[in-house]
Design a binder for this molecule. Structure first.
Ligand code: DNO
Length: 351
């Protein structure tokens, strides 16, 4: 595997120099943040990003995300927007980007009910409780999370939610299929692998459909265009929030189409309720050893990043994206991969 670390560009308090000092990290996952969703990214911005990352001694193998405009998900008047998306794929391919991570969640990207829940050890973490989420009124406005491409005023959100009233899960699948049929041939030609991020959390919120949630939906997605360029971001924290998902089994089934992995742990605290924990298996509900073993046994050789961390040691900043806990997670992940890859045979080998 190739270990990467997410960087939010110049506004990120975590600098490239800090990232470079995390053991075993070879690349950065980033994006161009200077235009609205749906626009073509300028070649200058793409090259500036790449040069900055390269001159810090790091690679830029993965872009996360190229946001999908809501009109594409709504299937409305979106020909030109899909053309723009294709152009971004071509430009990123020319800049040497290997994988593009994106998602197809209506309106809201990842969603939590609390951004800073204090844990007994004094660390702070992201939490989700479906009851609490259902009591929110999204149209009241001011609703945004730091990972989102967009934040909306109350009126804009109201209008958007109104437009989605005619889009049920079946329609959303149709719109996703139409999008994939256009973008995947372009990605193939550009030498880029598209890696769809599953819905987080993996169930509908605010009556909006969420369709990339389990083994069946991943299989359906991959069958729409049966090409290696139509692949997955396997996010353990997103899929793992549903106890029905058997993550090692899913990895074994889809391994050849997994191009990017987000590794993080969650502690399931009730029905549709969880907190994000530190990465080790002993801290949450997911067996990270079995997850990594499934990746290694399937011959996975793609990009990995430690996903969200808690806020520890007094750090503050973008929830989920502090330096310290993600760096601890990266070191843990490196150790797990080394242990699984070397396995028993290496331990027995005479020195
Ligand atoms: C959360 C991230 C997501 C992810 C997008 C991919 O921290 O994993 O925001 O970047 O959903 O499009």
């Amino acid at each position: 595997m190739k270990l990467t670390f997410r960087w939010y560009g110049d506004s990120d308090p975590v600098t490239l120099e800090m990232i470079r000092q995390i053991p075993a990290v070879s690349g950065v996952v980033s994006a161009v943040y200077d235009g609205p969703a749906g626009a073509v990214w300028s070649n200058e911005s793409i090259l500036r990003l790449k040069e900055k990352v390269n001159s810090a001694g790091l690679e830029l193998p993965v872009v996360e995300s190229v946001p999908v405009h809501e009109k594409i998900k709504l299937g409305l008047d979106c020909d030109e927007l899909i053309d723009n998306y294709c152009e971004n794929i071509r430009r990123l391919g020319r800049a040497g980007v290997k994988v593009i991570c994106y998602n197809f969640m209506p309106v809201f990207d990842w969603l939590r009910s609390e951004l800073s829940r204090e844990l007994p050890d004094g660390s702070r973490t992201l939490a989700y409780d479906h009851g609490a989420i259902s009591r929110f009124n999204p149209a009241a406005g001011g609703f945004s999370l730091p990972g989102w491409a967009e934040s909306y005023t109350g009126d804009q959100l109201q209008e958007l939610l109104e437009s989605y009233k005619s889009v049920d899960a079946a329609r959303l699948w149709d719109n996703l299929a139409a999008f994939l049929r256009r973008i995947i041939p372009v990605a193939e030609a550009a030498g880029v692998k598209m890696a769809l991020h599953p819905d987080d959390p993996p169930w509908p919120v605010f009556n909006l459909p969420r369709i990339i949630v389990d083994q069946d939906s991943l299989a359906r997605l991959l069958s729409i265009v049966d090409s290696p360029a139509n692949g997955l971001t396997f996010c353990t924290g997103s899929l793992g929030a549903s106890p029905a998902n058997d993550l090692p089994a899913m990895i074994k089934k889809f391994a050849r189409r997994i191009h990017f992995v987000h590794l993080r742990n969650v502690l399931i605290t009730g029905h549709k309720s969880f907190i994000e924990t530190a990465h080790p298996s002993s801290c949450g509900s997911l067996d990270m050893y079995r997850i990594v073993a499934a990746l290694v046994d399937s011959g996975f050789d793609g990009y990995v990043r430690a996903d969200h961390g808690r806020m520890i040691w007094g750090e503050s900043g973008r929830p989920g994206y502090g330096l310290y806990d993600r760096a601890l997670g990266a070191a843990y992940i490196t150790g797990l991969f080394e242990a699984v890859e070397k396995g028993g045979a290496e331990r027995e080998r005479p020195l």
